[in-house]
Design a protein around this ligand. Sequence first.
Ligand code: ADP
Length: 538
Amino acid sequence: MFDLPDTLLIVAALLNIVLGILLLKQKGKSILNVLYLLNIASIVWWIVAIVIYRNTYDIKLLEIATINLYIAPSVIASTFLIFSLYFPFKQFKNITRYSIYIFCMNMGLMFLIIHPGLIIANIHTSIGQEHVIEFGPIYFVYVIYICGFFGAGMYILLRRYLRTNEPTKRRQIASLLLGYFLATSLALVTNLLLPWFGYFDLNWLGQVFTVFMVLPVTYAIYKHKLFETKVILTELLVLILAIFLFTRMLLASNTTDFLIDLSLLIAATIVGFLLVRSVNKEIKTREEIEKLAKSLARANKRLQAMDKQKSEFVSIASHQLRSPLTAIRGYASMLLEGSFGKFSKKAQQPLEHIAESARMMALSIEDYLSVSRIESGNMKYEYSDFNLKELASSVADDLRTEATKVGLVLSFKSDIDSQGIVHADKGKTQQILHNLVNNALKYTPKGQITVFVHDDQRKQKIHVEVIDTGIGMSEETQHSIFAKFQRAKDASAVNVHGTGLGLYVAKKMAIEMGGDITCYSEGEGEGSHFILHLPLKN
Ligand code: ADP
């Protein structure tokens, strides 16, 4: 009967076979897979040879097993060396030629092994003990071959490891190298050197050590192709269950038992089939999701790059537009002031038009520049303490003439308990308030605009509310206008000058300063409230 070494050997063989199945199940059969499978097949061959060798006393069979016991490792060494030439990718130009040389050398060695008296001279058997092999005069050739081929394979892998920068590839090579190094160096002692000195008790241990080669690779496959392994495990489980029930059925002692076992077998097979199918489906879905996620990530990256390019473009273009515009605005205002002498009454209105359009354009350019600064992260904030009530009042004063010109009343009110001091960027806060009041001017055909400052000491907040009696906003518009390029549907009918960027920029700046901007309106035609909230300085 089998003893402990045999049991260990069978376990090692099974592990190798499982790995072989895992490899066979892998998608996209590459030359690497084929080579590795050959390597595993020769390991199993070696294990089978030692099991037969240890358990037979038939001289003919023993002779055949012994020959195989020495041929198999030579094939393991050769396939490993060829494998290392290809792993993780082809490293040499004349790889096919090298493979043929290796194959020929292996054939030569096989001839020496089979030829009696050269490598294997004789086998001595004694019951209850390991057989003893008497080696021929050129046994050393065999030892050199095995050590040389494994050594060369490992040297190639080591070199590849040192020259590869890719972390996954490095890890793969390292685990493979470690596994092979451990297994071969141990087997070298137990199966090559000790027997050379006449010690055969551990002649079977090298085969068990092959699990060290198998485990890292199995682990790698399991880690990278986890889902395929799940299917294989499910299939294996179903198969074992079916075999078990089938055997029970055959061994049934009466018809009732037989029928029970048969129905169990049928039920298990159906459930098993459904299980495997659902696992397969799950894997396919997951793979598809993974693929989609990857392409989405790629598209996202491209979009980000394009967005960045666009911001850069806007920034360059806006800078180019700024200087000629400054000249236009300067000369227009000088003309209006009469610096170049009197001009006809007829020319007054067009000139005012030029000045106003240039001002609007400058504002738009400022918005574009702000957006590109915000998006490239180049917006700088200079913080200081200032009185927000005073700033809001001065903004109202600045724009009052503008309002009166278009027949609007612009008033200022305040109701604060605190000093009204905030810690923020004064220039940016002024820009925000200008923007809000300017919008009120743009979107209020008639009526009045109120700038109202109030605070909430409990919450340590101060609010500047710009209230108008203008076109108002629908609920839908109120939700969208803070996004980039968003304008109300009818906005351009009231005011053609508009980019839909002002509120986006203003809100971003307010949030950056620890505050916010919100709005509300009772509806279209009902006027609007735009509120800048900032934290009070305590
Ligand atoms: P722009 O005014 O250049 O279009 P903004 O970002 O400043 O861009 O404003 C976005 C949109 O919000 C405007 O197009 C308009 O539809 C709406 N809006 C802004 N302020 C008001 C307001 N006071 N009353 C009504 N609608 C407004």
